[in-house]
Write a protein that binds this ligand. Structure first.
Ligand SMILES: Cc1cc2nc3c(=O)[nH]c(=O)nc-3n(C[C@H](O)[C@H](O)[C@H](O)COP(=O)(O)O)c2cc1C
Length: 181
């Protein structure tokens, strides 16, 4: 049995999803056992094969595409040390705040009792929306960790808060919380 620390990397449908391929690759190189769950929207931006290759593990893309009798999201949520969602959309924040479990990632997140880290990435106006800010406050009060977002140039061309934190920042936060060995 692997003694590696197991991380669930949730990838949601933000344009910064391309950076999470680098995050996945570097976490794997650091010695973590990385298990990626992609939302439907994330699969519009990035491929399952990319994360499968970089993590050297199967990628969960659906709740219903299950090879074993025991659903993978239950197995993973019971055994993982950390759940990191990067990039984390406004939609995921809303669903996670309110206990909605309508896909593999939100269902796993709800079943997971360990440390959760979110790296939000979205347009500044979405980030500043009252609903998003209130949801983040609720999640912080529940002990959910936030990495960023940072201020700078956004993919949509605007300047403002909403950039996903640098991969190096996310990795150092993870290593502080959960050293790889
Ligand atoms: C090209 C494109 C880029 C997007 N980028 C973001 C983003 O950076 N952040 C965000 O919160 N939503 C973004 N969205 C909207 C989300 O994809 C949408 O809210 C979706 O329902 C998110 O689903 P998920 O949270 O299940 O991945 C983007 C949509 C498109 C079409």
């Amino acid at each position: 049995m692997s003694t590696k620390k197991k991380i669930i990397l949730g990838v949601t449908g933000g344009i910064a999803a391309y950076k999470s391929a680098d995050l996945c690759s570097k976490l794997t190189a650091e010695g973590y056992d990385v298990h990626v769950i992609m939302t439907f929207s994330a699969q519009k931006l990035m491929t399952e094969r990319c994360f499968q290759t970089l993590s050297r593990n199967p990628v969960i893309c659906s709740l219903w595409d299950v090879p074993e009798w025991k659903p993978e999201h239950i197995e993973l949520s019971a055994n993982a040390h950390l759940l990191v969602v990067a990039p984390c959309t406004a939609n995921f924040i809303g669903k996670f705040t309110h206990g909605i479990a309508d896909d593999a990632l939100t269902t796993t997140a709800l079943a997971f009792a360990g440390t959760v880290l979110l790296a939000p990435a979205m347009n500044t106006r979405m980030w500043n929306a009252t609903a998003v800010q209130e949801n983040c406050r609720i999640l912080r009060d529940r002990g959910v960790g936030f990495i960023g977002p940072e201020t700078g140039r956004l993919a949509c061309g605007d300047d403002g808060t909403g950039r996903m934190s640098e991969v190096s920042t996310i990795i150092s936060t993870i290593k502080n919380l959960l050293p790889p060995r």
